[in-house]
Design a protein around this ligand. Structure first.
Ligand code: NAI
Ligand code: MG
Length: 353
């Protein structure tokens, strides 16, 4: 029951919601008798960049690599450091170097959160988006030819490997198998992208033979995005390539209300490296420093971390506490029309745990 956790709050509201994430984790640890050790680091932030001229120290991998998980806030301060430098110099390094090949995002309509889709009630929307996080459309293979001339050509290749597809599908099928509905939806576009996407479909069909109890359907990505909005109750586990998963994992949480509550996990399922847990939102410079950010995304990410570390009971206690607090209009933050600041809302959730 002992776990060492690397804590990186980052920038802006990351530094405001992180203490509430830790408060909730400590409450869960106390209740379930877990021994959580938190090591806080100041790198992967634009403040660190201002002092050192880089986002992270050269030995960052050694310093966080030995931990059981990474608990991350949000990085980015565009006024001082361009986003491509802050993000590539931090978060994307973790995803790649620690082979976090699964990006997992729950999409759940919570009581008390206004749903942007008409007529939907809590209980109607409850699914997971599983995104391939290491290959696919986001390769760096390609280039520009005849630059600056009328013959200019740019090419960027999609890379899909059997191993890369099979490991994300195995993860998605296993998660589907563990859920009551046992349903998997695959995002494809094999009518238009005629080499890689049919191969993706072929691997889905192959994997489905080994998990016959999981029912599988597939949609082309264009109509799938429409179904996210029109028929979100249809989904249980949705799996997609890096690009399709990226789109779906922003669209899904957007269909269930505020960005302030959505969590995200970057997982290395074999546990050869630490996995990283973070809220979906960024550093929100427009509200930073005011103490009004919603801490739920950070706390929910903490629940996903405990689940990954094998403590599903403690994780459920945290998500139950979140649901209870969101359902009470006197305990919500301003973005949800409530009266509370970040710290008061965080304390209410910790007390509920
Ligand atoms: P953002 O998520 O920081 O903010 C978007 C909007 O949502 C803002 O109006 C903000 O006030 C609101 N918001 C976000 N989180 C909230 C919360 N917890 N409670 C209440 N309201 C909340 O996205 P934006 O503005 O595009 O990016 C700002 C910076 O964050 C940039 O530097 C960007 O690169 C970085 N970023 C970092 C991410 C990460 O660390 N994973 C993810 C997204 C953006
Ligand atoms: Mg995205």
């Amino acid at each position: 029951n002992t776990h060492r956790i690397a804590v990186l709050a980052g920038d802006g509201i990351g530094k405001e919601v992180m203490p509430e994430g830790l408060r909730a984790l400590k409450a869960a640890a106390k209740k379930f008798d877990l021994d959580l050790h938190f090591d806080e680091f100041d790198f992967a932030s634009c403040d660190y960049y201002a002092r050192h001229g880089e986002m992270m120290p050269q030995d960052w991998k050694d310093r966080v690599g030995g931990h059981d998980a990474i608990f991350f806030g949000a990085v980015g301060w565009p006024d001082t450091v361009p986003d491509h430098i802050s993000l590539w110099g931090s978060l994307l390094q973790f995803r790649r170097e620690f082979d976090q090949y699964v990006n997992l995002r729950p999409v759940k309509l919570m009581p008390g959160v206004p749903c942007p889709l008409a007529g939907r009630e809590p209980g109607d929307i409850d699914f997971l988006v599983v995104r391939e996080n290491t290959e696919g459309e986001y390769s760096s293979i390609g280039g520009k030819m005849y630059a600056g001339t009328e013959r200019e050509i740019v090419i960027q290749e999609t890379v899909m490997s059997r191993q890369g597809i099979d490991r994300i599908l195995a993860f998605a099928f296993d998660v589907a198998q563990s859920r009551p509905r046992k349903k998997l939806t695959s995002a494809t576009k094999s009518n238009g992208i005629s080499i890689t996407m049919p191969y993706w479909d072929e691997r889905v069909a192959e994997m489905s033979k080994t998990r016959p109890d999981v029912s599988v359907d597939q949609y082309h990505i264009d109509i799938l995005t429409a179904h996210f909005v029109l028929n979100p109750d249809r989904f249980d586990v949705v799996v997609g390539s890096n690009l399709f998963g990226d789109i779906l994992s922003d669209l899904g949480p957007a269909c269930t209300g505020t960005i302030g509550i959505a969590p995200s996990a970057n997982l290395n399922p074999p546990k050869n490296f630490p996995s990283l847990f973070e809220p979906v939102h960024g550093s929100a410079p427009d509200i930073a420093g005011q103490g009004i950010a919603n801490p739920v995304g950070q706390i929910w990410a903490g629940a996903m971390m405990l689940d990954h570390l094998g403590h599903s009971d403690a994780a459920s206690a945290m998500t139950d506490a979140i649901e209870g607090v969101l359902a009470d209009e006197t305990l919500r933050t301003k973005d949800l029309g409530g009266p509370l600041g970040t710290e008061e809302c965080g304390k209410a959730i910790a007390a509920a745990i």
